[in-house]
Design a protein around this ligand. Structure first.
Ligand code: FAD
Length: 410
């Protein structure tokens, strides 16, 4: 049975960032990443692929090129966790033993929870920016749209990038309005399971104004339950006080954000929270598992109650790294994550509200500007600066956010 001092399960945004930061902090650490995929994608770029600004290939890199020097890449997936034995079973039949485990497997997209959706995706105007296989089809559908209902959905579970379901809607609306005939024949509908447009009040108000200015129809407490591809109808469960009624909306275009949960291998393991989602149950400030002190987690799969974004990973990683090193040294865990997340809310081509906030829902802007305003400068940040920061700083372990680690230097 192979043994690793630090085993990181998942070599995505979280796993790669933690591995790089650990290697920079202590080059002598022995680290392995368990990751099945040969490609890594910059998922925050997919909104712009669906909007025709980037190509999908611009958001892709070889995983091999991103594995930090001196870190071993095990090309397989985790098939089971036994935190009492300190082992991870792999899909290739191997069992790996660890001193410290970091779980960063990301989130599972539950397409099949919506009846008729898996068969409908990718044709007849049904698409989703949440799949790399469909982002090009999103752009094709937007360009070819000639009128009818263009419906953009948001499910009744936590999701990664809670802004993404509406960002693509604003880009699509801009394209529709380039033709007076298409604009006149189109109704854009935001059908969301949530009771409001966005969970953070400071940013919900400007978004309500954007929706009103554009003439978009928000439909709250609407959960997509079924797609009838043959008749091009979307079926919603609509909460109405204590009752739930069914509403059927015809569509010409349907952009679906699927329900999401932790991958089954995590949700069915002893690491999971007891309840919906199946996230890895960690302390919200230290990122350490609440029952297994040699297990840490970050990113979308963790139970950290922040907005699930790559930007949140940026805030979490240095905290996790500092606390993991403290754990190895037998020291108290001093670093605390404040819930930082960022969602660059694209409100049209050339316009972004840079929503940065913490656990308290308070804006924590990185720029000395009113963060609730739509700005062209923040569009440039979203389109040009953030991808650069991701590839060259964050994944390389340079991007330590010391404000999250009072008194601690990893
Ligand atoms: P991921 O980066 O998804 O990595 C998880 C890794 O785990 C993957 O490589 C996967 O192959 C691997 N894995 C899965 N199962 C196993 C297993 N059993 N064993 C081993 N490995 C496994 N974030 C922002 O900050 N800003 C944005 O504007 C933004 N927009 C977005 C728009 C879209 C359309 C999407 C889809 C996402 C967006 N995000 C955005 C969210 C962001 O991409 C994620 O929050 C971020 O990638 C989370 O990092 P992670 O490491 O938790 O998961």
């Amino acid at each position: 049975m192979a043994h690793h001092q630090i085993l990181i399960v998942g070599g995505g945004a979280g796993g790669l960032t933690v591995a790089s930061q650990l290697k920079r902090a202590r080059p002598g650490l022995e680290i392995a990443i368990l990751e099945p995929s040969a490609d890594h994608y910059y998922q925050p770029g997919w909104t712009l692929v669906g909007g025709g600004v980037f190509t999908l290939e611009q958001t892709r890199r070889d995983e091999a090129a991103l594995i930090p020097e001196g870190v071993r890449w095990i090309r397989a997936a985790a098939a089971g966790f036994d935190p009492v034995a300190g082992t991870v079973a792999c899909t290739d039949g191997e069992t790996l033993h660890y001193d410290v485990l970091v779980v960063a497997t990301g989130i599972k997209l539950c397409w099949d929870r919506i009846k008729g959706l898996p068969e409908a995706l990718g044709s007849g105007g049904v698409t989703s920016n949440y799949s790399k296989d469909l982002v090009d089809y999103t752009w094709k559908t937007i360009q070819g749209f000639t009128g009818g209902n263009a419906i953009f959905t948001f499910p009744d579970t936590p999701i990664k990038c809670a802004g993404a379901p509406q960002k693509i809607m604003y880009l699509a609306d801009d394209v529709f309005k380039r033709s007076a005939a298409v604009a006149a024949a189109t109704r854009v509908i935001f059908a969301t399971a949530t009771p409001g447009i966005f969970g953070i009040p400071a940013f919900a108000e400007p978004l309500r104004q954007v929706v009103a200015r554009r003439g978009i129809e928000p439909r709250y407490l609407h959960t997509l339950k079924e797609v009838r591809a043959a008749s091009k109808e979307a079926v919603f469960a609509v909460k109405d006080g204590d009752t739930v009624r069914e509403e059927v909306l015809p569509y010409g275009m349907l952009h679906v954000t699927p329900p999401m949960a932790a991958p089954d291998v995590v949700a069915t393991s002893p690491l999971a929270v007891d309840g919906p989602g199946g996230w890895v149950e960690v302390d919200k400030f230290t990122t350490q598992h609440v029952r297994h002190p040699n297990v840490f987690s970050l990113g979308d799969v963790s139970s950290l109650p922040n907005s699930k974004t790559a930007a949140a990973v940026r805030g979490q990683a240095p905290v996790l790294v500092a606390n993991l090193l403290a754990h190895l040294d037998g020291q108290p865990l001093a670093a605390r994550y404040d819930g930082y997340a960022c969602c660059p809310l694209i409100t049209g081509y050339g316009r972004v509200i840079m929503a940065e906030f913490n656990y308290e829902g308070q804006p924590v802007p990185s720029f000395p500007l009113d963060p609730t305003k739509e700005r062209w400068s923040m569009w440039v940040v979203k389109k040009d600066v953030l991808p650069c920061l991701y590839w060259n700083r964050m994944l390389k372990g340079f991007d330590h956010e010391r404000r999250f680690m009072p008194g601690v230097t990893p």
